[in-house]
Design a protein around this ligand. Structure first.
Ligand code: ATP
Ligand code: MG
Length: 330
C-alpha cells in the first residue's frame, strides 16, 4: 500500500482512550478500531464522519500529539512513533482554529512568539510572521490585538501558525467551523491555494457541500471504522445513487413511460399532462454517463420532441447520508 506518491499512509490504526468512571472504575473507549487510508502528495483529503467518529483522534496521531496503540502511520515516509521528530518537521496542525492564541497581543506578535518557540531566531521569526500574515490575507490586521479578530480572521491566523515551519503536510481540523459564508469561502480559497502550491492537506468538516468543493478524495469513518473512501465522484457512483431526470415532451406520455421502463432501471416515475405537453419526472439508478447515453440514444431514434430537460445529480451529502445511515456500504 505504501506508494511514493502518498504523503500520508495509515494502516490498521487503533487508538484507545482509558476513561475513569466513578471513583474506581475504568472504561476503554475504542476511538479508532483499525482504520486505513492514504493521501496522495499535493492533494486535499477530507476525513468525514459523525461526531465522535474518530477524526480528531486521527489528526492528533498524525501530528504526533497522541501515540497510536496499533498499526502503522507514516507521514512523508516517516513513522509517527519511531521518527516522530522527522514527522514533526514536516507537519503543521490546526486543531481548534478559534483558540490557541494570546488575546491581548497582536496576530503578528502571536506568530513571532510561536516562531521563537519553534526555535527560530528573532529576525527570522519576525520575517516569517510577516510573510505568513500576507499569505493568509491578514496584513491589515497584523498589529491589532487578537481579541478584536473575527472568527474568520482567527481561523486564518491558526492556518498561518500551522504553516510556520513551512510543512509539507497540513492537518486542519474543522477549519471553517462557525464561519459565515464569506469567511468560509475565503478560508476555502486559502486552502486551495496552499494545495496548488504543493502542500498535502488533510481536513475534517461536517459541511458536505464545502467538502465537495474542496476535497480531491474522502475517507468516511464511523465509530472508529472506515466505511467508505474514494473521490467524491467515485463515492457517489459506487453507491449507485439515483439520478432524477426531468423531461417535458410533446406527446404520448404513457407510451414513453412503457418504453423507458424497458430500457433503464427506473425506480420511480411521475407523468403529468400539461395540456400542450407532458411533464415526466423519473428516478433512474444508473451512472450519470450511462444514463445520458441511453436516454439520448433512445430520444434520437424516437419521434418525441424534448421541450425541456434537466438532471439532478446526487451530491456528496446524499452519498454520505447513504453510508452513515447504514443503508449502503461503499
Ligand atoms: N481525551 C479523550 N478521552 C476519552 N475519550 C475521548 C477523548 N477524546 C476523544 N474521545 C472519544 O473518542 C471517540 C472519537 O473522538 P474524536 O474526537 O476523535 O471524534 P471526532 O470524529 O473528531 O468527532 P467531532 O466531529 O465531534 O469532532 C469519541 O467516542 C470520543 O468520545
Ligand atoms: Mg473532532
Amino acid at each position: 500500500m505504501l506508494r511514493d506518491m502518498d504523503a500520508i499512509v495509515v494502516e490498521n490504526l487503533k487508538k484507545y482512550y482509558i476513561v475513569r468512571e466513578g471513583f474506581k472504575g475504568r472504561k476503554v473507549v475504542e476511538a479508532l478500531k483499525g482504520i486505513s487510508f492514504s493521501v496522495r502528495r499535493g492533494s486535499i483529503h477530507a476525513l468525514l464522519g459523525p461526531n465522535g467518529a474518530g477524526k480528531t483522534t486521527t489528526i492528533k496521531v498524525l501530528a504526533t500529539l497522541l501515540l497510536p496503540d496499533d498499526g502503522k502511520v507514516l507521514v512523508e515516509g516517516f513513522d509517527v512513533v519511531k521518527e516522530a521528530d522527522k514527522v514533526r518537521k514536516r507537519v503543521g496542525v490546526a486543531l481548534d482554529v478559534s483558540k490557541g492564541f494570546y488575546s491581548s497581543i497582536s496576530g503578528y506578535e502571536n506568530l513571532v512568539f510561536y516562531g521563537l518557540l519553534k526555535g527560530m531566531d528573532f529576525n527570522y521569526a519576525k520575517r516569517r510572521a510577516k510573510e505568513l500574515l500576507e499569505l493568509v490575507g491578514l496584513t491589515d490586521a497584523a498589529n491589532r490585538p487578537y481579541y478584536t479578530y473575527s472568527l474568520g480572521m482567527r481561523a486564518k491566523l491558526a492556518i498561518a501558525k500551522a504553516l510556520l515551519s513551512d510543512p509539507d503536510v497540513l492537518l486542519l481540523d474543522e477549519p471553517t467551523l462557525g464561519l459565515d459564508v464569506e469567511s468560509a469561502r475565503s478560508v476555502r480559497n486559502l486552502i486551495k491555494e496552499l494545495s496548488t502550491s504543493g502542500k498535502t492537506i488533510l481536513i475534517t468538516g461536517h459541511n458536505m457541500h464545502e467538502i465537495e468543493l474542496l476535497a480531491d478524495s474522502v475517507t468516511i469513518i464511523n465509530n472508529g471504522t472506515v466505511i467508505a473512501s474514494g473521490t467524491p465522484a467515485e463515492l457517489k457512483s459506487k453507491l449507485g445513487l439515483l439520478h432524477k431526470v426531468n423531461l417535458r415532451i410533446n406527446k404520448d406520455g404513457e407510451e414513453f413511460v412503457r418504453i423507458v421502463k424497458d430500457l433503464m432501471p427506473i425506480e420511480g416515475i411521475s407523468v403529468s399532462d400539461l395540456g400542450d405537453s407532458i411533464k415526466i419526472a423519473m428516478y433512474i439508478r444508473l451512472s450519470r454517463d450511462e444514463l445520458i447515453q441511453k436516454l439520448f440514444e433512445f430520444l434520437k431514434n424516437s419521434n418525441y420532441r424534448v421541450l425541456d430537460f434537466s438532471m439532478e445529480e446526487p451530491t456528496l451529502e446524499d452519498a454520505y447520508l447513504a453510508v452513515v445511515g447504514g443503508t449502503i456500504s461503499g
